[in-house]
Design a protein. Structure first.
Length: 81
């Protein structure tokens, strides 16, 4: 629980754009079938280049993908600055 609180303190959210440790986090959808999409979270630098991403998922919850990406960033102690 303390780890989650620490992570959430380092997150800024403005206009559907989440920044974390200098990364810009976004959700990307890719078609899987005519009725179903898969989604992934991507971490971009300030120039918009994708540096990290989660595997494609069928989850409809953005927060699950964002938290997974934050875990990747934290476990490797990454910064986009």
């Amino acid at each position: 629980l303390l780890e989650i609180e620490r992570i959430n303190k380092n997150v800024e959210q403005t206009n559907n754009e989440v920044t974390y440790q200098g990364f810009i986090l976004e959700i990307v959808e890719e078609p899987y079938s005519p009725t179903v999409n898969r989604r992934k979270a991507v971490a971009k630098n300030s120039q918009g280049i994708i540096l990290l991403q989660t595997p494609l998922s069928f989850t409809t919850l953005n927060e699950v993908l964002i938290q997974e990406l934050k875990l990747i960033i934290d476990s490797s102690n990454l910064k986009a600055y």
